[in-house]
Design a protein around this ligand. Structure first.
Ligand code: BGP
Length: 503
């Protein structure tokens, strides 16, 4: 298994920014806990995401992350008295409707579909010796359906969920106990799907632990005495080791041409002014984001991270042998989600705010989405160039998209011209980056079909080319309806991007 040829032995090919390469993968991206539903079917155990609540009191503001869970809530759930609305338990019923949904993706011409495997479907508590055959069979069917339509599955091993038992028993990734449990899970799915899945990612957005350590690592912050930052980095360290072990397992198990990557939520950082201290602060925040691919691609901790831990009094425990594991498990490519850029300045406490999705400073040149996320397509071109310059491994944009409130119009459709504009601008910048010489493997837009929001558990934050008739409380017919962007994306894929220039 090797990284794609980067043309490094000769002069790179200079392409005109007109078409995307023939090998470019086109599609959409999802996560098990946001689409599958069937949370208690097929032998699945409870996942951490099954406790994520939709809270109308906070979800409608900008940048509200309602997916933190406390130890008291877990106790209430165990006692069967936790009240609330839990949309990730029903998703959009992909578990039963996957064949119809995949047919819609095929109609748009997808060549790739990113999805994740629910760990608790395969190991209900994470602690069993043998995987749950019913769970394995479900994903066999999904992959077979995709392959029958010529769509390559792109599989995330862990996307914001894990068996709840690992939280209950070990407080999630704060404990090293999760490392062997994950390796066992990774080996099971790599072995089972070795002939069906060519593209793999270990963890979704490893930098999420700074924003919500329950979401990213199943940790209950009120069940530890350690400071929140230290908890986030300790959990991340364990995930780094687990990710590297999964990469080593992939090298052993998968065919030569398979690829396995690590993923971050890339947020391009700009200094608010040319003042050198602001530029330095932007550099530090950038390092906080590059930290994850620095470890995953280079196989060792960067000096700036160790210095930050020391200066901030964070004590991160390493075990003997961790350095060797990291060095041996470097990835083939970097996956990114890209939604926004961020503006920063030198001020007390600025570093501690890293990880918040939306910063305090507003960039006057950018518009915001309904949820306050700055829209910055040029920032994506900058990000791609910078990642390529730094790592010289292929980059896969595995998430990008626009969340919007939408309803079926009187003519029974959704006219989402704003989404078309958003996606067009981002794809044009990707094409520019390719023309700059960046090796981009593909693009899977977030939520090709409306799904439950990760951050707010809303159904009403819609990203899809396909509308799903369901509200925040799980009411609706679940009927699927093509939006205007459906035909637009189909034309973009069919023309390999040429239609982007023609309106
Ligand atoms: C990414 C996550 C996805 C996703 C997306 C949009 O960070 O990987 O799971 O949902 O963001 O976020 P949201 O659903 O909160 O709008």
């Amino acid at each position: 298994m090797t990284a794609q040829s980067s043309g490094q032995t000769g002069r790179p090919a200079i392409t005109d920014p007109v078409e995307f390469p023939a090998s470019f993968l086109w599609g959409g991206a999802t996560a098990a806990n946001q689409i599958e539903g069937a949370y208690a079917e097929g032998g699945k155990g409870l996942s951490t995401s099954d406790l994520a609540r939709y809270r109308p009191d906070v979800a409608d503001g900008a940048d509200n992350f309602t997916f933190e869970v406390t130890g008291a809530e877990l106790d209430a759930a165990d006692a069967g008295i936790l009240e609330g609305v839990f949309p990730k338990r029903w998703g959009i019923d992909f578990y039963h409707r996957y064949a119809d949904d995949i047919a819609l993706f095929a109609e748009m011409g997808f060549t790739a579909f990113r999805l994740s495997i629910s760990w608790a479907r395969i190991y209900p508590t994470g602690l069993e010796d043998e995987p749950n055959e019913e769970g394995l069979t479900f994903y066999d069917r999904v992959f077979d359906e995709l392959l029958a339509h010529g769509i390559q599955p792109v599989v995330t091993m862990s996307h914001y969920e894990m068996p709840l038992e690992l939280t209950r028993r070990y407080n999630g990734w704060l404990s090293r106990e999760c490392i062997p449990a994950f390796e066992k899970f990774a080996r099971s799915i790599l072995t089972r799907y070795r002939d069906k899945v060519r593209y793999w990612l270990t963890f979704n957005e490893m930098n999420m632990n700074l924003t919500s350590v329950y979401t990213g690592a199943g940790v209950l912050l009120d069940r530890t005495d350690r400071p929140a930052r230290e908890v986030a980095y300790q959990a991340t360290h364990h995930q780094f080791v687990a990710s590297a072990l999964a990469v080593a397992a992939a090298r052993e198990i998968l065919p030569e041409d398979a690829m396995i990557g690590a993923m971050i939520n890339r947020i391009e950082v700009y200094p608010a002014t040319p003042k050198p201290d602001d530029v330095l602060q932007a550099m530090k925040e950038d390092q906080t984001n590059f930290f994850y691919p620095d470890v995953a691609v280079r196989g060792r901790y960067p000096g700036y991270a160790l210095r930050y831990f020391r200066d901030s009094g964070l004590s991160i425990e390493f075990a003997d042998g961790d350095d060797e594991v990291l060095a041996a498990g470097t990835v083939d490519y970097v996956g990114i989600s890209y939604y926004m850029s961020h503006l920063t300045e030198d001020r007390p406490g600025a570093q501690e705010q890293v990880g918040l999705l939306v910063g305090a400073l507003k960039n006057p040149y950018l518009e915001l989405t309904r949820w306050g996320w700055p829209i910055d397509a040029v920032g994506l071109r900058i990000s791609l160039n910078r990642l390529w310059d730094r790592y010289q491994v292929p980059i896969f944009i595995v998430e990008n998209g626009l969340g919007a409130e939408e309803a079926l119009g009187e003519d029974g459709s959704v006219h989402d011209q704003y989404r078309i504009e958003y996606l067009r601008e981002h794809l044009v910048q990707i094409r520019e980056a390719i023309a700059d010489g960046v090796e981009v493997m593909g693009y899977t837009s977030w939520g090709p079909i409306d799904l439950v929001s990760c951050g707010t558990s809303q159904m009403s934050k819609r990203y899809g080319f396909v509308y799903v008739d369901q509200d925040n409380y799980g009411q609706g017919s679940l009927r699927r309806v093509r939006k205007d962007s459906f035909a637009w994306y189909r034309d973009v894929i069919a023309s390999r991007g040429a239609s982007l220039s023609s309106g």
